[in-house]
Ligand binder design. Structure first.
Ligand code: MN
Length: 285
């Protein structure tokens, strides 16, 4: 088994999004525009909002990719132009395939807006292959209780398998192309090798504590770009939490204009026109 070495470490920058919430963003960044097949990773918070202060992302469109929201703390409410509506609490995942287009809102719950509270979570943008960019929008909402989890025999490492497979458990979410999305929690002394398909590109994002990835220390807020191989090796000297993201790269042109990600400029112009003319629908309230 060949362990994947670390080819690059990226320290995230801070960026303001939506109505003014701050995210920690390892990519896209200057010199690292995307991580094929992923387009963006944002860590929201952790931030403590006072009553009346919590902000979100009011109505906005997407086309050509998927948005994956994973809530660690807090509570969000969402609505979209395809008639979906729901609430995500701690541990829940929403895997939204925008396909040909959707308009949605992603807001702190009414309770959080009035009472305040802590928000922490992730939003990952997963690119769609050219053949799926105009598919009908699809929506998968997975409550915490149905996300498979597993623990190493020594009890020192635990994984939540949002996509793909780890420690013999398989995710319940369907992806358009092969993808792994794991949330690992390490106690001090944990050592684990995580197999990942060789044909995947792979990334590790550490968001709490510090952990050695293939012998290289990564601290909270850092992303490791991994080389080819069969597995990623972790060794924790202290408690740590990390995401493992991997997938078969699409190797297709990426043309992005804000919330639209297509393959050509012409397709972007069409997306803008369709949006302007209301062809991405409206949220019925
Ligand atoms: Mn969105």
């Amino acid at each position: 088994m060949e362990v994947r070495s670390v080819v690059q470490v990226i320290t995230s920058h801070r960026q303001q999004e939506g109505a003014g919430f701050v995210v920690r963003r390892p990519f896209p960044t200057r010199g690292f525009p995307h991580a094929d097949p992923f387009l963006m990773l944002d860590e929201m918070g952790p931030v403590d909002y006072a009553p009346g202060q919590a902000v979100g992302a009011p109505d906005h469109p997407h086309r050509g990719f998927e948005t994956v929201t994973y809530v660690l703390e807090g509570e969000t409410e969402h609505e979209d132009s395809a008639g979906h509506r729901g609430r995500l609490a701690a541990g829940d995942v929403q895997w939204m395939t925008a396909g040909r287009g959707i308009i949605h809102s992603e807001m702190p719950s009414r309770r959080m807006q009035s009472e305040g509270g802590r928000v922490h979570g992730f939003q990952l943008w997963v690119n769609l292959p050219a053949r799926d960019k105009m598919m009908a929008p699809r929506y998968q909402e997975i409550p915490r209780a149905t996300i498979p989890t597993a623990t190493t025999p020594d009890g020192l490492a635990t994984v939540k398998v949002i996509a793909g497979e780890a420690l013999g458990v398989r995710a319940v979410i369907e992806t358009r192309t092969p993808i792994s999305y794991h949330h690992w929690t390490f106690a001090a002394g944990a050592r684990v090798d995580v197999p990942l398909p060789r044909e995947h590109t792979a990334y590790v994002y550490v968001f709490e504590g510090a952990v050695l990835v293939a012998g290289r220390e990564l601290r909270a807020g850092q992303l490791a770009v991994l080389a080819e191989g069969d597995a990623v090796s972790f060794e924790a000297r202290e408690g740590a939490q990390a995401l493992v993201l991997s997938g078969v790269p699409l190797r297709e042109p990426v043309v992005q204009y804000g919330p639209f990600v297509m393959n050509t400029e012409r397709e972007i112009q069409e997306a803008i026109e369709d949006y302007r003319h209301g062809r991405l629908g409206t949220i019925t309230r």
